[in-house]
Design a binder for this molecule. Structure first.
Ligand code: NAD
Ligand code: UFG
Length: 346
């Protein structure tokens, strides 16, 4: 795509966050213009400064909330975007159980307000960050995109509700172009080591936890359950490199810009890896030890979940290219080059 002012401009909500910042980088590399709206509740503006450093292109940030109707309306009037990639949301499963109203308000209400502002501005192309968590405990693996939904926590409920809202919206007005992307387990970082995942406090998720053990910030990995019906007894997930995931958004954007209608795809590699496989692959990539201890299962966890990603191949001509070795090597480069995340820079 050319670099002139005729290149489409995209609003990226939550674009300062982990996946959003990688997507902004890939969008800029593909020739799109961007404007980011992020309230920085779980991120730092430093991520976007580094995206500009890496791409040599502007990644302007508006600090604000998707629930701020006036701000979103003004932004849309000023920026004249053709499409939106909607990452903004709260994403911690445990926190969602403790604070359900905050999750329903931020994720569901926030999305409704954003959609109302978009409709009023005549912007009807949107790509939405959903999650494999909408499947709950899947009845079959690999999980087909038409598998029944059954989220088991308020966070997952918000994703399923938003999917429902987008489905009803598409029926109400066929001009909408809506892409629903169900991510499996995003991990890794940009290969430059300049941007990556920067969780606040002690990480909930496996890969950032393992990274912090390898770098010496945490003592050992607690493996949640060694008695699952999986090859080595530990949980199996479909880990997907965040750069592959970001490229999936570029493909989804091209589709919503090209044609109306709604589509839903799984974004995963189609391969499952166990907790112990991750710990061992990370040791290999980092040259550090990852001491671990098997403890009891984490409440709410499932044995295994990996994607049937054939719908993404068919609809988006996209498939994951990067394997576990690259995921661990890139996560390690980010962690070892930035042991405090964006902490010192932001
Ligand atoms: P993240 O927390 O790093 O990014 C989300 C961003 O949204 C943050 O920068 C945060 O400050 C911003 N934000 C939150 N609420 C906002 C609001 N009301 N207004 C404006 N900005 C707001 O998380 P991430 O891992 O990059 O996830 C991005 C999206 O992908 C989320 O919607 C998440 O639910 C979804 N998702 C993530 C995963 C995962 O494992 N990381 C898996 C499946 C789906
Ligand atoms: N695990 C450990 N120890 C840890 C952390 C995780 O053994 O300290 C295990 C879990 O039990 C699980 C696997 O590592 O078997 C992966 O756990 P994560 O927390 O990294 O990921 P989940 O699959 O549990 O959940 C993630 C996101 C959810 C999202 C879901 C599906 O946290 O938000 O993927 O996309 F919904």
């Amino acid at each position: 795509m050319d670099q002139t002012h005729s290149a489409p401009k995209v609003l990226v909500t939550g674009g300062a966050g982990y996946i959003g910042s990688h997507a902004v980088l890939e969008l800029l590399a593909a020739g799109y213009r961007v404007v980011v709206l992020d309230n920085l509740s779980n991120s730092s503006a430093e991520s976007l400064r580094r995206v500009t450093e890496l791409t040599g292109k502007p990644a302007p940030l508006v600090v604000g909330d998707i629930r701020d109707r006036g701000l979103v309306t003004d932004l849309l009037a000023r920026e004249q975007v053709q499409a939106v990639i909607h990452f903004a949301g709260l994403k911690a499963v445990g926190e969602s159980v403790e604070q359900p109203l905050a999750y329903y308000d931020n994720n569901v209400n926030g999305t409704i307000i954003l959609l109302e502002c978009l409709a009023a501005a005549g912007v009807r192309a949107l790509v939405f960050s959903s999650s494999a968590t909408v499947y709950g405990d899947p009845q079959q693996v690999p999980v087909p995109v038409d598998a029944p939904l059954g989220p088991t926590n308020p966070y997952g409920q918000t994703k399923a509700m938003i999917e429902q809202i987008l489905g009803d919206l598409a029926i109400s007005d066929p001009r909408w172009a809506l892409g629903i992307l169900r991510y499996f387990n995003p991990v890794g970082a940009h290969p430059s080591g300049r941007i990556g995942e920067d969780p606040r406090g002690i990480p909930n998720n496996l890969m950032p936890y393992v990274s912090q053990v390898a770098v010496g910030r945490l003592a050992e990995l607690a493996v949640f359950g060694g008695d699952y019906p999986t090859p080595d007894g530990t949980g199996v997930r479909d880990y997907i490199h965040v750069v592959d995931l970001a490229r999936g958004h570029v493909a989804a954007l091209a589709r919503v810009l090209a044609r109306p209608g709604k589509f839903t795809v799984n974004l995963g590699t189609g391969r499952g890896h166990s907790v112990l496989e991750i710990a061992h692959a990370f040791e290999k990539a980092s040259g550090r030890r990852v001491p671990y201890r098997v403890v009891g299962r984490r409440p709410g966890d499932i044995a295994q979940c990996y994607a049937d990603a054939s719908s993404a191949r068919q609809l988006l001509d996209w498939q994951a290219e990067l394997g576990l070795a690259a995921m661990c090597a890139d996560a390690w480069r980010w962690q070892s080059d930035n042991p405090q995340g964006y902490g010192e820079a932001s």
